[in-house]
Design a binder for this molecule. Structure first.
Ligand SMILES: [Zn+2]
Ligand SMILES: [Zn+2]
Length: 303
């Protein structure tokens, strides 16, 4: 029989050290967060995220801040989804372990030039119980969207209800990533966080206007997240100054003071934005768009 065997050496594609999981929600407003991806990856290897970080990722990070030792960065784990060096180092290390080249899209790195990092991300985990419950009921991948990590996003745009940040079972908050994190479960008591019942106490406290703003802003941020994969390069910060300057021309005939009144912001602040000397924080930028939204339909350019 041996004369029938093909004994030429087979070319085997290189293997990644860790599983190459699909990136949940990629190319949509609901792409998963990098911390959520680590949690799923750890679960697929049957280890805690803390163990995965310490044993596999830490050796690839030669940084003094010990970015992979969760015990030392607990309070800063939100930065792992952000615009800075912690997010870029982690995405890079994880890319070499999983053979992924799009992990930066699970963070806000594509927007690092235009989103000031201060107050950008919430320091504790937030979630929509209905999203979790529907993912489980429909046998979909259970994951945590990047959208939920942003401070500005207070509601789930799909279910239009306030995000939760306190576990209903143990009444404790969760960190964005913790040693024993498990997708869809509380990292403190381990119980399931999905639920189809509304959260009336929180939703009822909001006025109609507040709820409209929260839904509008969450959708606006979702649109930004969804277009990130299509960006050839990072958006330069000059684009923000140019955009706001054009709005001043369009809505107030170039009058900064009038425009500042229109968007209810201090004149000096708007002037600094227009001149590129200061970048608006994400909430200010989205609020500006929200206040101009109804006017844009009735306004023709006056250049
Ligand atoms: Zn939801
Ligand atoms: Zn709990």
């Amino acid at each position: 029989m041996s004369e029938l065997w093909d004994l030429s050496q087979l070319i085997t594609p290189s293997r990644s050290t860790l599983y190459h999981l699909d990136l949940a929600g990629i190319d949509t407003p609901y792409v998963e967060s990098l911390t959520g991806h680590i949690t799923r990856l750890a679960e697929s290897h049957s280890v805690y995220p803390g163990v995965l970080m310490e044993r596999e990722i830490a050796p690839l990070l030669a940084k003094q801040y010990a970015g992979a030792n969760l015990h030392t960065i607990y309070k800063h784990t939100c930065a792992l989804n952000g615009t800075g060096v912690m997010a870029s180092d982690l995405a890079q290390a994880l890319s070499s372990l999983t053979a992924h080249n799009k992990l930066h899209l699970l963070t806000l790195l594509p927007w690092s030039e235009v989103f000031p990092s201060r107050a950008l991300l919430r320091s504790t985990r937030a979630w929509c119980p209905k999203c979790y419950e529907e993912q489980r009921t429909n046998h979909c991948e259970i994951y945590e969207p990047l959208l939920w990590t942003l401070n500005l996003v207070g509601v789930c745009p799909i279910h239009q209800q306030v995000l939760c940040s306190i576990c209903p079972h143990c009444n404790q908050p969760n960190l964005p990533l913790s040693w024993r994190a498990r997708v869809g479960h509380c990292s403190k008591c381990g119980k399931w966080l999905g639920n189809l019942s509304p959260t009336p106490s929180k939703d009822n406290e909001l006025s109609e206007t507040e709820l409209e703003w929260l839904i509008w802003s969450a959708n606006a941020v979702g649109e930004l997240i969804a277009v990130a994969p299509g960006l050839a390069v990072k958006v330069p910060k000059e684009r923000v100054a140019n955009g706001i300057s054009n709005c001043v021309k369009l809505f107030s005939e170039g009058n900064v003071a009038e425009f500042a009144r229109l968007i209810q912001s201090p004149k000096n602040t708007v002037w600094l934005w227009c001149n590129g000397k200061n970048l608006p924080q994400l909430d200010a930028l989205v609020k500006l768009c929200f206040r101009l939204r109804s006017r844009s339909l009735n306004c023709s350019p006056k250049m």
